[in-house]
Design a protein around this ligand. Structure first.
Ligand code: MG
Length: 304
């Protein structure tokens, strides 16, 4: 009889052993945002990172390649992550990349779905829509009858052309079927940053594909104790992500800046060209600056 795969607590002794091969230079540390780095709140616009989470993420990202792959729009994620020296922030579930406009046909498609679903679901109370450049989110977290609201949403999706739907935490996400998802985004980010492996941390079903993307060694960490997962590691509670960030920042040796920069260029990425976002959030260049000045065993000022 085959045994069920075991999912271990990432901070247990066994979990740390599983994670150990990933605690080395040239590992990409990638995170979902809502429910992973930021607690889930009733109004997505009011989500915030705890001060401690921000401090620890800043410390990790100052010395190691870190990326965010979120369902939010990139602009919204950059506002939330202002000042954190991330290598990459990828929005709309993997479809929205720095310096690459979202294809107009995707934006038009999302707009058309919005109009259709607003009409079809006008009689269902407690729903609200969030339109992003390459995704439409139908939230039902404010509904008093969530199972019924979800059934209504699923029925309303019938006949929507070219849509890929994914159930998140009290939300249904719709993306163009041809747009890349989180697995493709994770592999592309790792290649761009010259990373041979990745640790990916996420909290909902939309993150599952990134735990086992194929073609890249990934240590997947699923946040939350309840849902079944393909990840090999788990954290029972979002609050514990601070402990994970601290463990990573303490234990991973520093990466060579030159090798990451060279690899990124060879893949056609201009790291410096997308250093500044309109919001002031930092990507790539601050990371490279810190990495250029870092030596193994030495922590940067940002890291403290
Ligand atoms: Mg999430």
């Amino acid at each position: 009889m085959s045994r069920k795969p075991t999912t271990r607590d990432v901070l247990s002794a066994e979990g740390r052993r599983t994670l150990e091969p990933f605690l080395c230079p040239r590992t990409l540390f990638a995170f979902d945002l809502d429910g992973t780095l930021a607690p889930i709140v009733a109004v997505p616009a009011k989500a915030r990172l705890r001060a401690r989470t921000r401090r620890l993420l800043t410390r990790l990202a100052a010395e190691h390649p870190c990326a965010i792959i979120t369902g939010r729009s990139r602009a919204s994620a950059l506002r939330l992550l202002r000042g954190v020296p991330l290598a990459l922030v990828i929005g709309s579930h993997g479809a929205e990349w720095p310096g690459e406009p979202v294809p107009l046909r995707w934006t038009r498609q999302v707009r058309a779905w919005h109009r259709t679903l607003a009409r079809r679901l006008s009689g269902v109370r407690g729903l609200f829509f969030e339109q992003k450049p390459a995704t439409l989110c139908v939230h039902f977290r404010r509904s008093h009858h969530r199972p019924a609201a979800l059934t209504a949403i699923e029925a309303a999706l019938a006949g929507l052309r070219g849509a890929r739907s994914q159930l998140g935490l009290l939300v249904v996400n719709l993306s163009p079927a041809e747009a890349p998802g989180k697995a493709a985004a994770l592999k592309r980010a790792a290649a761009a940053l010259g990373c041979a492996r990745a640790v990916y941390v996420g909290d909902d079903d939309g993150d599952e594909e990134a735990f086992v993307p194929g073609g890249l060694a990934v240590a997947g960490v699923r946040i939350g104790a309840q849902r079944p997962t393909r990840a090999t590691l788990r954290l029972s509670d979002q609050k514990r992500v601070d402990d994970l960030l601290r463990a990573l920042a303490d234990q991973v040796p520093t990466t060579s800046a030159t090798s990451v920069r060279t690899a990124a260029r060879s893949k056609g990425f201009s790291m410096h060209g997308r250093a500044q976002s309109p919001s002031g959030a930092s990507e790539a260049a601050p990371l490279m600056k810190t990495m250029r000045s870092s030596r193994p065993g030495k922590r940067s000022r940002t890291a403290r």
